[in-house]
Design a protein around this ligand. Sequence first.
Ligand code: TYD
Ligand code: MG
Length: 478
Amino acid sequence: MPRATSHYVCQACGARTRQFFGRCAGCGGWNTLVEQQEAVADSRRRRPAAPAEAGGARRSEPIQAVGERPLQRLASGYAELDRVLGGGLVPGSLVLLGGDPGIGKSTLLLQSARSMAARVPVLYVSAEESAQQVKLRWRRLAERDGAEAEDPGDGEGGPGLRLLAETDLELVLQELESLRPAVAVIDSIQALHDAELGSAPGSVSQVRDCAAALARIAKRQDTALLLVGHVTKEGMLAGPKVLEHLVDAVLTFEGDRFASHRLLRAVKNRFGATHELGVFEMRDRGLAEVSNPSELFLGGDGPSPGSGVIVACEGTRPLVVELQALVSPTSYASPRRTATGIAANRLHQILAVLEKHLGLPLSRFDCYLAVAGGLEVEEPAADLGVAAAVVASHRDLTLPAGTVLVGELGLGGQLRPVGQLELRLQEAARLGFVRAVVPKGSGLGPIAAGLGLELREAASVAEALVAALGTDPAGGGD
Ligand code: TYD
Ligand code: MG
């Protein structure tokens, strides 16, 4: 009989100690240590050895001798999801999908499970909702496709979708072993629990143990696993780093509670690029793909005083986005600065550059800045657009229609080059823009001309604003 010992495990970073501390020595988090009973004898006992190990000791081999298997990717049924995965789901891979509660993780995975089930066997494990609830959602999604709604055996022509509502890890593993599906969805990893571990479901050791057991079986039988993971109050994936190391890809699903669009990003991907962006819209019958997201992030009512249009890049995906600024005299001792969608520090820095190099008395003005459509723009390439929107609002000017602005501002007032400019220009031209103000020395003049874009290059923010507004931004103001 193994003797049970007690440990304290940090719920944020997974560090273990024998003694209780108010503050974790690993990550410095307060009140994150939770006592857990663990049997001393290892919990590996019931996992069968992998076939390779059973066949005798493995030896190293020259890298030239290693057989190559082409990556056979499985289309998820949604181009936006495939793009973020790097071109489809890789057999035997583990993908973790994180996001706030209610954002649409279960909906996304049930939809793509439905679509994949027409081609390969898929198992959907629901550890949070009952089979009835999943069935209701499934029916709601099916109604989208009209005729299929009448057909209760959807996917019967193909291998089909099987549903298991279960929280016990052991039973889930057994089902995976007996069915050997090509794809399995586990919704969610935090709700699964291993009865052999004393700790509560959702605790770090449970999450790690369940994920490791699932990973072993997935690699062994080439099942692609899609795991749903919850985000904690602090915005971290619960049981965070332990899971991120274990899986092949980490996707996050985010969005605004007040807007219907949802953004899917890869923060880690062993089989593709990170920072790719997929855009969906939540409708009453599930998630619809948005293949032309720039239209979503453009204000729509044309230029107005204080608005500027930039081309941001998310991974390899250019997005034309409208920024809006409101600059008005302050009645406070220190002026208010509020930024939605870009970092507040970035706004402060740009305001300081404008004040210093253009002589604008912005410290006597409140300044509000917002990115249309609720997008977060982290890139410094948005700087010039922010500066132009602020100056336009301050001087009550309207930027000429059809102009996009791209460039990073240096502290000395210079305009710095940005990456992927050609891609950005192509997207602007595609959406009917006719003029682009960009940093000097891009060398893209002929390409822009070919796209029907007038390229205006500038070395400094002052030059760029003259090029954009057609008037001296510093002149004539107060
Ligand atoms: P859900 O997928 O359950 O979120 P998660 O698994 O991330 O917690 O999504 C729940 C929300 O989505 C809920 O507020 C209802 C909404 N929804 C729709 O608007 N349309 C739909 O067709 C479905 C299925 C859900
Ligand atoms: Mg859910």
